[in-house]
Design a binder for this molecule. Structure first.
Ligand code: 0RA
Length: 672
């Protein structure tokens, strides 16, 4: 920054004395001089127009990126006063543009709550200080006034440049390329901001136009402009509508707007059929990411009024416990916006509202208004309480499940599942657990195994998709519970690898799509809840053969198509497709009639499932430690696998679809 300053010769720097500190240390006023700081200039001017709108004098704001790199922010408010102050001899316009933090002083009429004084409410004078030029155009009292500033200094007097019936303020500024690392504005950043401001300032139409050339795809020569317009009649209510667009709503959007001496409070909320909460809060149109007093007040009122209502309507009986904060926030989407005279921003990123009086104000208003709403809309009331009570029951069930299943020592006392055919050995080092898909394969495995070292646990059908289930539901699933008890380690907080009953856990599923699915479900379970077992190298995948190839009295197993082809080749048999083979058999029947010598023949049996193998076959191909091959599941790609599980198992449909499309060919190969 120091060298940037030196780029100016002494007479070039004619910045107004009062604004010099801004040029010396821009960071103090706009945070940074990178692209974020650059956008700060727009936010600053925009905030002033929003103030005018919030005061009720303006319903249109335009932001234009001009071809020459300047930005225009225009509104149809009252227009900044241009007449000279009797004492100072300077107009309000000039004061706003040349005196640091002057903005607020001129708003002290009936406008109430100002954005200025907030995070970036440093005043338009800062924009003036960091721009090579500003052109202010004011429409007021039937005239168009214009005043130009260079390097922060007014150029002559305010001029009347025309007549008009309308009123408003327009500011065009040229960011100083010597101050900013970049002067390239980013359209998506601006659009996001404008949309958000439009939600927060209901009834105001905010438009955007990008007149810079060569920016937009499909742009027709001579018409480089690119336009957006935001207008939300419902304000934050529309915001909640937007956030819940793709969710199943439980009730209507509840909307509350109320003014108390401390603040103007606007709240919109809606429940949807999801488990997540999404509460977005603002103070004076600034996103309070870290929450603060308004959020605290909202949360306590929500819990209190819903419990009161549930009790008064006997949804909650005397013996029932109250719903907790977490219970009543499950599936909740809410936007809270407060506007107050003197916001205090605290926290790591100065985005936490600190005013203590706001907590009580929001709590009182919201409690009263929500209770009123519930009384007037008993149907919504019933649905909301049902949702909260369901969450409450799930939480209690989850705790109960944890208490019974997870409590330390509880598993030792628990009897092993009936369908587990355990091994005789009690030494984990010598013990293996085969998790087998289906009862029939389970039966073969039980008969074919080495009883001393091999235990068999058949799983019926598909186990629960743990990725989408909560822990309590998961533990309510018999297949999973049986598996956890058989493993002996416990799960979650009580997991203890020392109690593991088998040092080899073998997943044995069919070589088809269902088998692959069950294998993935089991691997997901292990990745999410038994990672140490994978890290220790205890998890394996069995490799049953795909084919049995026989010729006369000899037969061999093939574990892949290539292996099968190789066996046939070694036996001197041509590889044919099934149709050709059928034709050939007809031919051979004819040849037999013609008494020609026979070609060598083989029979190929393809195993569609483990159940098709008899116990002996299963033993010699898949389970006999002397002959079997198994794949050890490694943690090396755990992270990758983890994300793949998320994609395939999680509830986000879009990424899953994308994944399946990208990998469609590979997936198809599984479905032989
Ligand atoms: C103070 C007084 C009045 C207007 C404004 C400020 C004002 C400032 C900005 C900044 C951007 N757009 C604006 N529009 C208006 C006028 C008070 C009156 O007319 O009585």
């Amino acid at each position: 920054m120091a060298d940037k300053k030196q780029n100016y010769s002494a007479d070039q720097i004619q910045v107004l004395k009062g604004l010099e500190p801004v040029r010396r240390r821009p960071g103090m006023y706009i945070g940074t001089t990178d692209v974020r700081g650059l956008h700060h200039l727009i936010w600053e001017v925009l905030d002033n127009a929003i103030d005018e709108a919030m005061a009720g004098y303006c319903d249109r704001i335009m932001v234009i990126l001009n071809e020459d790199g300047s930005v225009t922010v225009a509104d149809n408010g009252r227009g900044i006063p241009v007449d000279k102050h009797k004492v100072t001899g300077v107009s309000a316009l000039e004061t706003v543009l040349t005196v640091l933090h002057a903005g607020g002083k001129f708003g002290g009429d009936d406008s109430g709550y100002k954005v200025s004084g907030g995070l970036h409410g440093v005043g338009v004078s800062v924009v003036n200080a960091l721009s090579t030029k500003i052109l202010a155009e004011i429409r007021r009292d039937g005239k168009v006034y214009s005043h130009e500033y260079k390097m922060g200094v007014a150029q002559g007097d305010i001029k009347v440049t025309g007549e008009t019936k309308s009123t408003g303020t327009s500011m065009t500024f040229w960011p100083d390329t010597k101050v900013f690392e970049t002067v390239e504005f980013d359209t998506p950043t601006i659009i996001t901001r404008l949309r958000q401001q439009a939600y927060l300032t209901k009834g105001v139409c905010i438009s955007f136009e990008d007149k810079r050339k060569g920016r937009h795809e499909g742009e027709i020569a001579g018409d480089a402009s690119y336009k957006y317009q935001f207008y939300f009649e419902g304000g934050v209510k529309s915001y909640v509508d937007h956030l819940n667009l793709n969710k199943d709503a439980v009730c209507d959007v509840i909307y509350i707007e109320y003014e108390v001496p401390e603040a103007k409070i606007e709240i919109a909320l809606q429940y949807s059929q999801t488990y997540n909460e999404n509460i977005i809060t603002f103070a004076n149109n600034i996103h309070t990411l870290e929450g603060g007093m308004h959020l605290t007040g909202f949360k306590s009122a929500l819990t209190r009024s819903l419990n009161n209502y549930a009790r008064s309507k006997s949804f909650l009986k005397e013996k029932d416990l109250n719903m907790t904060n977490e219970d009543v926030r499950e599936g909740l989407t809410a936007v809270i916006s407060v506007k107050l005279a003197d916001p205090q921003f605290e926290g790591q990123t100065k985005s936490k509202l600190g005013n203590p009086e706001i907590r009580k104000a929001v709590e009182t208003v919201f409690n009263e208004k929500l209770s009123e709403y519930l009384e007037e809309n008993p149907n919504d009331g019933k649905l909301i309480i049902a949702k909260g009570m369901l969450a409450s029951r799930a939480r209690l069930a989850s705790r109960a499940a944890r208490d019974t299943v997870l409590r330390k020592g509880a598993l030792e006392g628990m009897t092993l599942p009936g369908k587990l055919a355990d091994c005789t050995s009690r030494d984990p080092k010598n013990s293996e657990l085969y998790i087998v898909e289906g009862d029939s394969a389970g039966g073969s495995a039980k008969q074919g195994r080495d009883r001393y070292t091999q235990a068999i646990l058949p799983l019926r059908g598909k186990i629960l998709n743990v990725e989408q289930a909560r822990l309590d539901r998961m533990l309510g699933n018999n297949e999973i519970k049986a598996l956890i008890i058989a493993l002996g380690t416990g799960i979650g907080e009580t997991f203890d690898i020392e109690r593991l009953r088998y040092n080899r856990i073998v997943i044995m599923t069919d070589a088809d799509v269902d088998g692959a699915h069950i294998r993935t479900l089991l691997l997901t379970l292990f990745f999410r809840y038994f990672k140490p077992l994978i890290e220790a190298g205890f998890i394996y995948i069995a490799q049953p053969p795909l084919y049995k190839v026989s010729k006369g009295k000899t037969s061999e197993y093939a574990f892949s198509d290539e292996a099968k082809d190789k066996i046939l080749k070694d036996w001197g048999i041509e590889i044919k497709t099934e149709e050709e083979q059928a034709e050939e058999e007809d031919d051979e029947a004819n040849e037999a009639k013609n008494k020609k010598p026979k070609k060598p023949r083989a029979s190929i049996q393809r195993y569609k499932g483990l159940g098709e193998m008899n116990p002996d076959q299963l033993w010699e191909t898949t389970m006999d430690p002397e002959r079997r091959t198994m794949l050890k599941v490694s943690i090396k790609d755990a992270e990758l696998a983890d994300s793949v599980f998320d994609t395939l198992m999680g509830s986000e449909v879009l990424p899953r679809r994308k994944f399946i499309q990208t990998h469609a060919k590979k997936v198809k190969n599984l479905d032989i």
